[in-house]
Design a binder for this molecule. Structure first.
Ligand code: SF4
Length: 418
């Protein structure tokens, strides 16, 4: 039997796509390979939002050449969020560059003679979930926002929402199978719209599905974050107390240059309202330092916003130009050292605020979904998305466990089973 190996990098959406790719391959007779050299098919599912991802793809190709010299039948495929012009440059290094929307056609390329694509919509493919307790469900794909630093609108195209009924069927099936955590995914989930159903209404419907599971969602955009959504988050018991709301910059001038149509005032107002309605919410954000032309004053505005909001977690990126975006035409005038310094300033603020926030959990009981075992310890996340470590046996993986928090650290909690 032929074996496949999938290399995935990028966001949860890409992870979710890889689950669909695995399902298509297994449907057409492939088996997962236990190691790379044994594979007959290597599929790279890449997210090229950052230039570093493109460099990573280039970095992989010498290894493929080496493997092909040993196994002449080896096929290599590249898919994911890759720009057309990147594809052209990379195409000779892969046997196939596959548009993710053409995933149902993959077996035809691989010459599985009896395979007939069941439908043309790749999101309709029943995925091969990588765990039996957490599932990622794409609810929409694409983006209409055109942030100047991002290639997603060019690689994934315009926003398309999945049928509500299709999403609910997937959730119902997973709930029946005992799944504990459902992630609703999209480049911009808040702009989900199918007929009369917007994102808050969809969230309500998913919450009404019978079963004992948590609901999480990502990614959100402040411009679409409505009061209706805050109300639904506060009133739906299955929706967890965790929100990632990317601010990207704490300076209005930079937000404008990024084509992010909100102000820091509006962002803070959303945060205030969420905290009023859901006081124990964990808040994380995304920020970019060293965007073209970012002055020290503008950077300090981001630092001030970090101090004021006191995030629990943040994904801080040092700006790097991504070919094909509008920002790539601007002069990348902040030195590497300066970006590094700004990154460190924000990271230091975050470390303090994260520890301060985590201290509130000391001595409290939390519910954790145990997701992996490392040595004698189990690791999982609380409803509030706090990484928690505790002693326990492997059979608890995939289950909710009550833990009393004994130690608080900036990036997580430690405790004991109650
Ligand atoms: S909202 Fe902006 S950053 Fe997010 S996917 Fe769309 S263009 Fe990219």
């Amino acid at each position: 039997m032929k074996k496949y190996w999938i290399i995935t990098f990028g966001c949860q959406m890409n992870r979710s796509d890889s689950e669909r790719i695995a399902a298509v391959l297994e449907d057409s007779g492939y088996q997962p390979s236990v190691n790379l050299p044994e594979a007959d098919l290597i599929l790279v599912n890449a997210c090229s939002v950052r230039q570093s991802a493109i460099d990573r793809i280039h970095g992989l190709t010498p290894k493929f050449k080496e493997l092909k010299a040993k196994n002449h039948k080896l096929k290599t495929v590249l898919t994911g969020c890759v720009l057309k012009k990147d594809k052209k440059k990379i195409s000779e290094k892969f046997d196939l560059i596959l548009d993710i929307n053409d995933l149902p056609e993959l077996p035809n390329f691989l010459q599985a003679s009896d395979y007939k694509p069941k439908n043309k919509n790749y999101l309709k493919i029943q995925p091969k979930y990588s765990t039996d307790f957490t599932a990622f469900i794409p609810i929409m794909t694409g983006c209409n926002n055109f942030c100047t630093f991002c290639v997603v609108p060019y690689t994934r195209g315009h926003e398309t929402s999945r049928k509500t009924q299709e999403i609910l069927c997937e959730v119902e099936n997973l709930a029946k199978r005992g799944y504990k955590e459902i992630w609703l995914l999209g480049q911009n989930v808040n702009s989900y719209k199918f007929g009369e159903i917007n994102f808050p209404k969809l969230l309500k419907e998913v919450n009404n599905v019978k079963g004992n599971f948590w609901i999480r969602f990502t990614s959100s955009h402040p411009k679409d974050f409505s009061e209706e959504l805050i109300d639904v988050m506060a009133s739906c018991k299955k929706v967890t107390e965790y929100l990632n709301l990317p601010v990207q910059s704490g300076d209005n001038g930079i937000l404008k240059k990024m084509n992010r149509p909100y102000t820091t005032k509006r962002y803070k107002k959303i945060i205030r309202k969420i905290r009023e309605r859901i006081p124990n919410i964990t808040l994380s954000t995304d920020a970019i330092v060293g965007f073209p032309g970012e002055t020290e004053r503008q950077f300090q505005n981001t630092a001030e916003l970090f101090k004021e909001i006191k995030f629990d977690m943040a994904y801080i990126a040092q700006y790097s130009p991504r070919a094909g975006t509008k920002a790539a035409n601007l002069k990348d005038n902040i030195s590497h050292q300066e970006k590094e310094r700004r990154w460190k300033v924000l990271s230091d603020i975050l470390k303090k605020t994260a520890l301060e926030k985590n201290k509130q959990w000391l001595g409290k009981a939390v519910e954790v979904l145990a997701s992996e075992q490392k040595n004698d310890f189990l690791i999982g996340k609380t409803r509030e998305f706090k990484t928690t470590k505790f002693k326990g046996s492997e059979n608890l993986v995939g289950n909710f466990v009550k833990i009393k928090v004994a130690v608080t650290l900036p990036w997580g909690l430690k405790g004991e089973i109650i």
